[in-house]
Design a protein around this ligand. Structure first.
Ligand code: FES
Length: 576
C-alpha cells in the first residue's frame, strides 16, 4: 500500500493496518472493490436524493453514474449514498417541514462516513437547501449538481410552465373558461420529461443560486435535465471535487458573505423565487455568515430583472439555457458593478472568470441591464406593526398599481377556513379588500406552507379581477405570482400582530416605503392579545414536536435553533 497523505480523513478508516482497517475495508470489498482503491486516494461521497416519490429527482441514478465516472477519471474513489429526499408535489403537509430533518440526515451521513469530499445531487425545491445546509455544517470540499429543469411544457401549440400554468389553469377551470377534459390533457403536456419545474420557480431559482454562490459548476442553473450536457456537467463536477480535496478547499471557502451577496443580486436579476430568501438565510447561518433580511432589501435595490421567465415573464428554462443561461446574466451584473467579481467558485476560477465572456444568444429571453425586462425587482422587505420582524414581497410578480394600497381586511383564520369560504358567493369581499391568511407559518401549519398566493374568490375572477393584495405568514411557490406579502414575522402562531387582525380592519401596504401597517391602535391590539390562545404542537411526539418546539421564524431561515453553525468533520471514536 502506498504512503497515504495524512490530511485525508478517509485514511482514518481505510488506511488503518489493524482490526479496524480490516473492518472498514473488508465489507466495502464485497462488491468487487480492489485493494488499490484504498491507497489514500480521495474518497468522494455522492449524496443522492433519488426517489420515485420525488419525480423531479427520478433521473438521479443516471446523474450519479456520470459523477462516479468523473471521480474515477480524476483518481478518486466514489461512494454513493442515499439521503432523505423531499418532493414538493407529494409530501404533506409540506416539504418545508422536512427540510431541516433532511439536512440533519445529510450532515450526519457525511460526518459519520469515510469521506473527503462530497457531490450533492439536488433538484426538487427543498433538496437543494437541505443538502447545502447539511454539508455546510460539516464543511468538507463539496460541489452541488442540480438535476436540471424539464423540457418546456407544450399544450395545444403553446408553451406551458410548471406551477405557473397550474395556478392559471385552475383559476380558468374555477371560472368556467376551460373544461375538465382540457385540464386533464394539460397535466400530461406540462411535465413530459425528467427534471424539475421548468419555470423560474424555487427549484430553478435554487439551481441558479448554486451557480451564483459558486458551489456549482458553470451552466448548473439551466442545462435541461435530458440534455447530454447535464451529464457532462455531472462528470466534470466528479472530476473537480477530487481536485478540491487535493487543494483543501472546503465549502466555507466558497460560501463567503460575498458569495451570498452575489446570489442575492442574481436572484433579483432572474426574478427568482421568494423561497430563496429563507433558504439562503438558513444556509448562511450554518456556515457562519452574517446574512440578514435587511441584506436582501439593501442588495436588491437598483437591481433589475433581466430574465423574461415565468412566473415573472413568458419564457421557460429551456429557452433560458439556449439564450445563454445564468452566465449571461452574471456577465450583465459584473459589467455594472453588481457582482463581487473575485468570489471563488468550485471550478477553481472566480465567478467573473467564469462569466465575463458569456454570450447572450437571445435578448428577448435575457435582457441587457441597459434595457431590463423589469425594473427594480429585488425582493422588498417590509416593516411595520403588522410585521415588526419583517415580511417580503416579490415586486416582479406583483401588480404595479397594487404596490401602494389601502384596503379592508378579509380574514381567514386557517387554510381550511379559506377553502371553506372562498367559493361562497356570499363572501363579503371586493377587489379592493386585502386578503389575510393566518396560521400558515413555520409553527402554525406546521412547516410554513406554500399557500400565500391565496386563490381569488370566483365571483371576482368572473368580473375579470386578476390580482389582489394578499398577506400571510406562509410562503409562496416560486412558480406563483401576484401582489402577495409573505413570511410575516412573527407569524400568527407565535403571537404576532397577524394573529390579531379582524375582518374590517384597514391595512396599508406601501412597497416603495417598505411599509406594512395595520391601522388599528396599539391599545386595541393589546386588548385583543389578551384573548389570544397560544397554540400547541399538533403532535406531542416525534419530529413534528421537535420541529414545533425549535423552529425559528422566517427572518432567521426557519432552521431549528440548535442547528445553526457547524460542527466540522471530526468523529472522535471507532465503531467497535
Ligand atoms: Fe419538484 Fe417543482 S415540484 S421542482
Amino acid at each position: 500500500m502506498k504512503k497515504k497523505p495524512p490530511s485525508l480523513r478517509s485514511v482514518q478508516w481505510f488506511g488503518r493496518e489493524d482490526i479496524y482497517g480490516f473492518i472498514y475495508r473488508s465489507w466495502v470489498k464485497n462488491r468487487g472493490v480492489p485493494q488499490d482503491q484504498f491507497d489514500g486516494r480521495p474518497v468522494i461521497g455522492i449524496c443522492n436524493t433519488y426517489s420515485e416519490l420525488v419525480p423531479c429527482n427520478s433521473h438521479f441514478r443516471t446523474i450519479a453514474e456520470h459523477v462516479k465516472a468523473g471521480v474515477l477519471e480524476a483518481g478518486g474513489f466514489p461512494l454513493e449514498f442515499p439521503v432523505m429526499s423531499l418532493g414538493e408535489t407529494l409530501l404533506r403537509p409540506t416539504a418545508m417541514l422536512y427540510r431541516n430533518l433532511a439536512s440533519m440526515d445529510v450532515e450526519e451521513s457525511i460526518r459519520a462516513n469515510p469521506l473527503d469530499g462530497v457531490v450533492l445531487l439536488v433538484g426538487c425545491d427543498k433538496t437543494t437547501p437541505a443538502l447545502l445546509m447539511g454539508a455546510a455544517s460539516v464543511d468538507l470540499p463539496a460541489i452541488a449538481v442540480s438535476g436540471g429543469p424539464m423540457l418546456s411544457g407544450k399544450y395545444r401549440g403553446t408553451d406551458i410552465g410548471s406551477g405557473t400554468n397550474v395556478w392559471s389553469m385552475s383559476e380558468d377551470l374555477r371560472a368556467g373558461r376551460i373544461t375538465m377534459d382540457e385540464f386533464h390533457e394539460a397535466e400530461s403536456c406540462m411535465h413530459r420529461s425528467h427534471g424539475h419545474c421548468m419555470t423560474m420557480g424555487t427549484a430553478s431559482t435554487m439551481a441558479s443560486m448554486v451557480e451564483a454562490l459558486g458551489v456549482g459548476m458553470p451552466g448548473n442553473a439551466a442545462i435541461p435535465a435530458v440534455d447530454a450536457r447535464r451529464n457532462v456537467l455531472a462528470r466534470l463536477a466528479g472530476r473537480r471535487v477530487v481536485e478540491l480535496v487535493r487543494e483543501k478547499i472546503p465549502l466555507s471557502t466558497i460560501l463567503t458573505k460575498k458569495a451570498f451577496e452575489n446570489a442575492i443580486r442574481a436572484n433579483a436579476a432572474i426574478g427568482g423565487s421568494t423561497n430563496a430568501v429563507i433558504h439562503l438565510l438558513a444556509i448562511a447561518r450554518r456556515v457562519g455568515v452574517d446574512l440578514t433580511l435587511e441584506d436582501w432589501d439593501r442588495l436588491g435595490r437598483g437591481v433589475h430583472c433581466l430574465a423574461n421567465l415565468m412566473p415573472s415573464g413568458k419564457y421557460l428554462m429551456e429557452d433560458f439555457y439556449y439564450a445563454g443561461g445564468l452566465p449571461a446574466v452574471l456577465k450583465e451584473l459584473g459589467s455594472s458593478g453588481l457582482l463581487h467579481r473575485e468570489a471563488l467558485t468550485v471550478n477553481g476560477r472566480t465567478i467573473w472568470e467564469n462569466s465575463k465572456d458569456a454570450p447572450c444568444h437571445n435578448r428577448a429571453v435575457i435582457h441587457s441591464i441597459k434595457r431590463p425586462f423589469k425594473k427594480n425587482t429585488g425582493i422588498a422587505v417590509l416593516k411595520g406593526n403588522l410585521c415588526p420582524g419583517g415580511a417580503i414581497i416579490k415586486p416582479s410578480a406583483a401588480t404595479p398599481k397594487l404596490m401602494k394600497h389601502r384596503g379592508r381586511a378579509v380574514v381567514f383564520e386557517s387554510i381550511e377556513d379559506l377553502h371553506r369560504r372562498i367559493d361562497d358567493p356570499g363572501l363579503d369581499i371586493d377587489e379592493n379588500c386585502v386578503m389575510v391568511l393566518k396560521n400558515c407559518g413555520p409553527k402554525g401549519y406546521p412547516g410554513m406552507a406554500e399557500v400565500g398566493n391565496m386563490p381569488l374568490p370566483p365571483k371576482l375572477l368572473k368580473k375579470g379581477v386578476t390580482d389582489m393584495v394578499r398577506i400571510s405568514d406562509a410562503r409562496m411557490s416560486g412558480t406563483a405570482y401576484g401582489t402577495v406579502v409573505l413570511h410575516v414575522v412573527p407569524e400568527a402562531a407565535a403571537g404576532g400582530a397577524l394573529a390579531l387582525v379582524q375582518n374590517g380592519d384597514l391595512i396599508e401596504l406601501d412597497v416603495a416605503k417598505r411599509k406594512l401597517q395595520l391601522l388599528v391602535s396599539s391599545k386595541e391590539l393589546s386588548r385583543r392579545k389578551k384573548s389570544w390562545l397560544k397554540p400547541e404542537s399538533p403532535l406531542s411526539r416525534g419530529y413534528w414536536k421537535l420541529y414545533f418546539d425549535h423552529v425559528l421564524q422566517a427572518d432567521q431561515g426557519a432552521d431549528l435553533d440548535f442547528l445553526a453553525g457547524r460542527s466540522g468533520a471530526f468523529v472522535p471514536r471507532d465503531n467497535h
